[in-house]
Design a protein around this ligand. Structure first.
Ligand code: BUP
Length: 457
């Protein structure tokens, strides 16, 4: 691919999972020798740089633009309030990014033939002025997977859907996946979605071909081109001498464990359990008798302030009683490396789409515990469509406490039963196919190549 006279501007939504996806996409695009400009707030830049341990070598084609946003006037709600209320600061801060983003695109448009703007669907308001810049064009990045988008469309339109009707009868409802504030924010975005050229997904036709085809056929996006270019996460973690010296201590602990014997437990960046739920989970993990690595942290609060210092209380004596059978991580964990590790044999997860794609591509079966947004449908996709997961918490019982007994039973099924072993085998095979899809000649790589050809036409 010759470097055409084109630059890409990526505009992520200001929450970790969303930043991660567009940062990964930026990396891939820059590897085609196309300059990428990544625009967000200073807090988010700091967050992605430290959490992703970015080195200048890895990002030399990515230009980070920090846009200071006004200080928040009200403190954010406590992180245990239901999602996504505590992310209100994120919603507010995006609104301030509109003019700086337009100015950046405008100034780039005077230097190159074409500016390609790839924006999170939640940033449609921010990029609305691009339509008046003649040599700039927009592409919408959809953070949820095609299954979520296609099943939501089918709910409204009816008609045939590429899944057995009995399964569709059990599709989790979308009740309770969002707060009124978030719905208001979404509707603001919706009113600015209409002028993009195409849509990009962090998914692969290996796992979602029929849902992608449904979206293409059903014309849900007004005959927009769809590119499924995932997984965006690296599928092979490079380790060299320097990296191995700075390897996280949990990886050294995993090195000493038996193949597929450890459950990784993490519920993402946006939610915090109640003290009561933490207690049941801890006792359940203990009762299961299985080995685990558990990321116990307070959810992000829209990068504003306040709760970073709060810690989660575990039951008294819990850590001592484990006698080395479990590892508690209280800060940012190297999730991809953990999932890639030979000792990891299961992932108990909230089913954020990044976590699902990472687990799928590393061939790890899941125990599903969704909390909000697309997560209930992602969990359904993992357990009922790909059949590489077991339910811990059913969405229809979202207001109930998950007891220690339920946790222990699911963990034992996933980690210590024939059923779990069979799922692991299936997940392993699927993971292999998904990893191949991003290698030379694979379907996802070809879609990425086709996207790059299109934007540098
Ligand atoms: Br916690 C944690 N280390 O300790 P999702 C998360 N991650 O690398 P989200 C770590 O953050 P939604 C940690 O690998 C994934 O890439 C993880 O994204 C990484 O969930 C990302 O899974 C989390 O999409 O919620 O952002 O919590 O995306 O559903 O809004």
């Amino acid at each position: 691919f010759p470097a055409a006279d084109v630059v890409v501007v990526t505009v992520p939504f200001v929450a970790q999972g969303h930043l991660t996806q567009l940062l990964r996409l930026s990396h891939i695009i820059s590897s085609y020798n196309i300059p990428v400009h990544f625009i967000t707030t200073p807090t988010c830049i700091r967050q992605v740089v430290s959490r992703h341990r970015l080195s200048t070598a890895a990002t030399h084609h990515i230009h980070f633009h920090e846009i200071p946003v006004r200080p928040f006037t009200t403190p954010p709600p406590h992180p245990t309030t239901p999602f996504p209320t505590h992310l209100q600061p994120s919603f507010d801060s995006t609104l301030h990014l509109r003019h700086p983003t337009t100015n950046l695109i405008l100034s780039l448009s005077q230097k190159v033939n074409r500016v390609v703007v790839i924006h999170d669907v939640l940033m449609s308001y921010v990029v609305q002025d691009v339509k008046s810049i003649p040599n700039a064009e927009t592409y919408l990045f959809q953070p949820p997977p095609p299954f979520y988008r296609s099943s939501s469309h089918w709910e409204k339109s009816g008609g045939p859907f590429p899944l057995e009707p009995e399964l569709m009868n059990n599709l989790p409802s979308r009740d309770g996946i969002s707060s009124p504030e978030f719905l208001k924010f979404l509707s603001l975005q919706q009113s600015h979605i209409n002028f993009h050229i195409g849509e990009l997904y962090d998914s692969s036709r290996i796992i979602e071909a029929k849902f992608i085809e449904y979206l293409e056929k059903e014309d849900t996006v007004g005959k927009k081109k769809i590119w499924a270019v995932g997984p965006l996460n690296p599928v092979q973690i490079a380790t060299n001498a320097t990296d191995s010296m700075s390897r996280h201590e949990c990886l050294q602990w995993l090195d000493k464990q038996v193949t597929n014997s450890v459950l990784y437990v993490s519920f993402g960046t946006t939610t915090t359990f109640s003290d009561e739920q933490i207690r049941e989970l801890a006792l359940g993990l203990e009762r299961s008798g299985e080995r685990f690595v558990w990321v116990v942290r307070v959810g992000d609060t829209g990068g504003s302030c306040g709760f970073e210092g709060r810690t989660v209380e575990l039951p008294e004596g819990f850590e001592e009683r484990l006698c080395g059978r479990g590892l508690i991580l209280r800060s940012w964990a190297p999730q991809l490396e953990i999932l890639e590790h030979f000792a990891t044999g299961g992932f108990m997860s909230h089913c954020g789409w990044n976590s699902c794609m990472e687990s799928i591509s590393m061939g790890v079966p899941m125990a599903t515990w969704p909390m909000h947004s697309d997560q209930p449908r992602n969990a359904f996709f993992i357990t009922n469509v790909l059949k590489i997961g077991i339910v811990v918490k059913n969405w229809e019982r979202r207001n109930e406490l998950v007891t220690a007994d339920v946790v222990a039973e699911v963990v034992k099924r996933l980690m210590g039963s024939e059923e779990g072993a069979e799922m692991r085998r299936r997940a392993g095979e699927l993971g292999g196919e998904v990893r191949e899809s991003v290698a030379e000649g694979g379907v996802s790589r070809m879609e990425m190549d086709s996207f790059i050809s299109y934007v540098s036409r």
